[in-house]
Design a protein around this ligand. Structure first.
Ligand code: NAD
Ligand code: MG
Ligand code: MG
Ligand code: MG
Ligand code: MG
Ligand code: MG
Length: 326
């Protein structure tokens, strides 16, 4: 059973005595910076001169520095730029500012797990990965609660990394909900697997395929959109609240029977086989290599897929339906 740590397990004073650089002020960056500030920590923001996030940071009362300036002045550096740019930002702005006794933090294991960042041997390195987007991290903190997080220590040179990492998680509000210890490999691989197979890739392919099947068979696209896409939220809410058995209790017996007899026909052994292949590609770094090369090539596949995505009939029908049924 995974062990959960809570507020009582964390000493908030440890992080209050450090100067923290938050590099990047996007979804996670703004939430980390504001929660840490409200928890009594000293925070510096690091952003490039041309960053569009500067304005937002200034509106929130910060005076952003350049990434290497913020990193140089801090004891604790949290890297919150998009994963695909972390290697470059690290090399250009962080690497030379690291010295013995400092701690480098990330909120997702990708760049460390796949060797985009190779930290020096004399600094502490750890991860605090909140289980949700920055908006929620901030809102829950302000409401007096928090969202859970995964954490791990990758290098503990000072012997303080574990306690400091847990202290950082407390200042974010995450120990109010509970934090779970993991490893970089586990967090990175399960995160990529879940978003590809279930949350994003699996779900959108399921919805689109079902929508196309109904439309091809002559049903109205508006009806297909409503039942195959919009209603997903209602089921997801039930799953979130109580799990699969609870959801089954809340739907009609007809829907429940259909679930049992049809679900395994849709996601059968063939899909299971592909899930194992996908997991293998994640574990061996094949997916990471493709994504890193894609970025180096100027993202041709991402752009092409985005255009194709936006042109799909389900988007136009969806827009009409959302306007009609607010
Ligand atoms: P984001 O795209 O919302 O924000 C990125 C920020 O980095 C922006 O402020 C951008 O201006 C800045 N930036 C871009 N290039 C930069 C550069 N070269 N130098 C300095 N700053 C630069 O990203 P995010 O979603 O907050 O993700 C940050 C990290 O948090 C990632 O490791 C991600 O995996 C992790 N994470 C995200 C979520 C989430 O739900 N968004 C949840 C948990 C962990
Ligand atoms: Mg996006
Ligand atoms: Mg995640
Ligand atoms: Mg992810
Ligand atoms: Mg029922
Ligand atoms: Mg129904």
């Amino acid at each position: 059973m995974a062990t959960l740590l809570y507020d009582a397990d964390a000493d908030i004073e440890l992080i209050r005595h450090k100067r923290i650089a938050i590099i990047g002020y996007g979804s996670q960056g703004h939430a980390h910076a504001l929660n840490l500030r409200d928890s009594g920590c000293e925070v510096l923001i690091g952003l490039p001169e041309i960053s569009r996030s500067r304005l937002k940071a200034e509106k929130d009362g910060w005076s952003p520095l350049l990434p290497h300036e913020a990193a140089a002045r801090a004891d604790c550096i949290m890297l919150l730029v998009p994963d695909q740019y972390q290697g470059q930002v690290y090399t250009e702005s962080i690497k030379d500012t690291l010295s013995a006794g400092k701690i480098l933090l990330v909120a997702h294991g990708f760049s460390l797990q796949y060797g985009q960042i190779v930290p020096p041997a004399d600094v502490d390195v750890a991860m605090v990965a909140p289980n949700g987007p920055g908006v929620q991290l901030r809102q829950m903190y302000q409401a007096g609660s928090g969202i859970p997080a995964l954490w791990t220590v990758y290098q503990d040179i000072t012997g303080q990394a574990r306690a400091l990492t847990i202290s950082y998680a407390r200042a974010l509000g995450c120990t109010r909900a509970g934090i779970i210890q993991t490893t970089l490999a586990e967090e990175t691989e399960t995160d990529l697997f879940a978003e590809q197979v279930v949350l994003c890739g699996g779900l959108t392919s399921l919805i689109r395929s079902a929508f196309e099947t109904l439309v091809e068979a002559g049903y109205q696209p508006e009806v297909a959109y409503t039942c195959c896409l919009q209603e997903v939220k209602l089921i997801a809410d039930l799953l979130y609240k109580g799990g699969i058995h609870f959801m089954h209790n809340s739907i009609s017996d007809t829907a429940e029977f259909g679930d049992y007899v049809t679900g395994p026909r849709i996601i059968g052994e063939q899909s299971r086989e592909q899930m194992r292949n996908v997991l293998h590609e994640i574990q061996t770094g094949t997916f990471a290599r493709n994504w890193i090369l894609e970025n180096q090539a100027g993202r041709p596949t991402l752009q092409a897929m985005r255009r194709k995505d936006a042109a799909h009939q389900i988007e136009t029908v969806g827009k009409q339906m959302r306007d009609l049924l607010p």
